[in-house]
Design a protein around this ligand. Sequence first.
Ligand SMILES: NC(=O)c1ccc[n+]([C@@H]2O[C@H](COP(=O)([O-])OP(=O)(O)OC[C@H]3O[C@@H](n4cnc5c(N)ncnc54)[C@H](OP(=O)(O)O)[C@@H]3O)[C@@H](O)[C@H]2O)c1
Length: 259
Amino acid sequence: MTTALHRARFTDRTAMVTGAGSGIGRAIALALAAEGGHVVAVGRRQELLEETVALIEEAGGKALAVSADVARATDVQAAAAAAVEHFGSLDVAVNNAGVFRGGAPLADLTEEDWHTQLDVNVTGVFLALRAEIQQMRTQPTGGAIVNIASIFGAHARNPGAAAYAATKAAVSALTRGAALDHIGDGIRINAVSPGAVQTPMSLRPGETDADRSARARATLPLGRISTTREVAAAVLYLASDDASSVVGTDLVVDSGATA
Ligand SMILES: NC(=O)c1ccc[n+]([C@@H]2O[C@H](COP(=O)([O-])OP(=O)(O)OC[C@H]3O[C@@H](n4cnc5c(N)ncnc54)[C@H](OP(=O)(O)O)[C@@H]3O)[C@@H](O)[C@H]2O)c1
């Protein structure tokens, strides 16, 4: 019996990743490319997207940077169209772009911060889903979509994050509803809900990396927060044929925080 040392589950598939210029999104983009996927890296800051593309190309992969604001329908449609124009199809999409404007009690949240989180985290995911599904349902092979929610939405309770939690609960609900609406089109839609991940977003105000590690040791069953690669591994599973009968699930990757 031979054992495959390296799997390439996305060979010749095109994958669009929003928020691919940093953090979890960049890790997902690199992981998809490492398994043969052609990556369309989407976000607002072109220079960060170009860095992601360079990392993929240095490793021998193919990628394209497309600057877009996910809260603008025309931008998102253009990004999906660019994927098809450049690589010929849109087979996988990861809706990862998101913002956190928290830390204070709800009564102290500004309307601006409320609207920013709704615009990016909820409207952005809706607009991306719509553009991606409209393309994927024209393809005989359909597609697979993974939305990045958060345990703060449907799984955990945390002070100082009520508005962010509401947006991420909406992502979990959007995922389930869209999954039911479009599995008949051959499109599988799922979510990943991370707990604290090793990016600046999980640092509390004034906290250093070392402070965060100490907090994780004291509070998380695993004793540490998740790496971006661990979240990417869950996303790739759901986006791959390994998950061919997984529809509308919300996979928690949280070091045991909600176990
Ligand atoms: N880190 C955690 O502990 C954690 C836990 C649970 C869930 N999450 C979720 O995981 C996702 C990634 O977070 P992260 O930790 O990797 O943070 P991050 O490094 O700040 O990544 C967020 C990405 O989203 C992009 N983005 C923000 N607004 C956008 C917009 N309007 N249009 C297009 N792109 C936009 C940003 O790029 P530009 O600013 O250049 O556009 C950035 O690359 C988010 O949805 C977050 O809510 C994170």
